[in-house]
Design a protein around this ligand. Structure first.
Ligand SMILES: [Zn+2]
Length: 423
């Protein structure tokens, strides 16, 4: 008797009767035979409701539990089926594991905790599990949290963005809460339908409480937001606006490179020219032009100095990009005045890419002014995207998008996984 309760404690078992313990030589593991206590028996695996028994199911089965020291542990028990009023014939619930899981609840929780805090190889080597298994585990743990808390409650100011992964073949829509800095929703796709799923889950009452929605200027996002969040002011995402300027700068950079190579224009007939010294230097200065001046290395600073002296037009394009970044750095009324000056500067620049950019900015001026007033989304969406992009890399071995979404929610949401056995 004494021993049994020690084993119950050691394996973190509750509402469970330990029948015996043995060492399985073949599996090189401790096998704890158990059964749920009477009141935990004959319950539906989905809803936990007490249900009439159906049959013995597939007989006894094993659940991987947390290791004891260096030794693997399995809980072994019968897995009968019940007939639930609502869910039909299903495997009965057990107190130590989630439904349809091959691992105990504690094992799941530890794996999820490690998955958001350590590397892929650390999780696999420490727990001795396949990476795909970890994908199923984080999906289960996340679904469990979803069933107990509503992550969409209390939202007022949100940011919406799309990110691509699997080399641009897959897309996720991500929604962040500007007030908590947390990821609150992620789902597959990049169109109206996909974004409408979020607003369906949010529901009309909570959608009406949204005051600010920041997003890039994609028309489909604007359309859905206007329809579904009628009281929200749309705010431009400064990060995206600056990204437009970097695109325009890049067009100028390519033009300068082509000129240096001896072509008359990007569209002119190519006279097969070698990449001469100047063209090469322009090509190498790519990152120096893109980067924020504060992050430049000594060498990159040198490259910019050289461009300032030798390519006045490309240098002006660079200053225009930096001018737009300055607008969002100062924000507020000062930012708006700076943007007015920037606009007329770009209009007179005689660089088609910037003349166009200036028109694009004028078309979205209201949303940009909201961003300057509220200071919304500086960095939050950008940093969330960066983190999700890192997660997509480790989620590569997962099956489908669900484990990726689950991992992202666990890592960046308001309800991180808990260590087993701790409150
Ligand atoms: Zn049920």
């Amino acid at each position: 008797m004494q021993n049994r309760s020690v084993w119950e404690r050691a394996c973190g078992l509750t509402r469970t009767v330990v029948e015996g313990v043995a060492f399985d030589d073949e599996a090189q593991a401790i096998v704890v035979s158990a059964r749920p206590v009477a009141r935990a028996r004959n319950r539906c695996g989905h809803c936990g409701r007490r249900s009439p028994g159906y049959d013995g199911g597939a007989g006894r089965r094993r659940w991987r539990a947390l290791d004891l020291g260096t030794t693997k542990v399995f809980i072994e028990a019968p897995a009968p089926r019940v007939r639930c009023h609502e869910h039909g014939v299903t495997v009965a619930a057990v107190p130590w594991a989630r439904h349809d899981a091959g691992h105990t609840r504690d094992f799941d929780d530890l794996a999820a905790w490690l998955a958001v805090r350590t590397s892929k190889s650390a999780v696999m080597e420490l727990l001795r599990v396949a990476w795909r298994t970890v994908g199923s585990i984080v999906t289960r743990v996340n679904a469990d949290i979803d069933a107990t808390v509503d992550r969409l409650d209390g939202l007022r100011r949100i940011g919406i963005d799309e990110i691509s992964y699997k080399r641009g073949h897959r897309y996720l829509i991500v929604v962040v809460d500007h007030d908590t800095g947390r990821l609150v929703w992620a789902g597959p796709g990049r169109n109206d339908t996909a974004l409408n799923v979020f607003f369906d889950e949010l529901g009309p009452e909570r959608s009406a409480l949204l005051t600010h929605v920041s997003a890039d200027m994609a028309d489909w996002i604007a359309r859905v937001v206007a329809q579904r969040a009628p009281n929200a002011v749309r705010s431009a995402d400064p990060f995206h606006v600056v990204a437009w300027a970097i695109e325009a700068l890049d067009i100028e950079r390519r033009r300068a490179w082509n000129t240096a190579k001896g072509r008359r224009s990007t569209r002119g007939l190519a006279r097969q020219g070698r990449s001469t010294g100047d063209a090469q230097r322009i090509s190498h200065a790519r990152y120096a032009l893109w980067k924020n001046p504060d992050d430049l290395t000594g060498r990159q600073r040198h490259q910019l100095d050289w461009i300032a002296k030798t390519s006045p037009r490309l240098w002006r394009a660079y200053l225009l990009k930096e001018g737009l970044r300055y607008v969002f750095a100062v924000k507020g009324d000062e930012g708006k005045q700076a943007l007015d000056r920037w606009t007329s500067w770009a209009r007179r620049s005689r660089m088609p890419a910037f003349v166009q950019l200036q028109r694009r900015i004028a078309a979205h001026r209201d949303a940009i002014d909201v961003a300057l007033d509220t200071g919304l989304s500086q960095g939050l969406i950008e940093s969330t995207n960066t983190k999700i992009r890192l997660l997509t890399r480790i989620a590569f071995g997962f099956h489908g998008y669900q484990p990726l979404v689950a991992l992202a929610m666990l890592a960046l949401g308001a309800h991180p996984p808990r260590l087993p056995g701790r409150i």
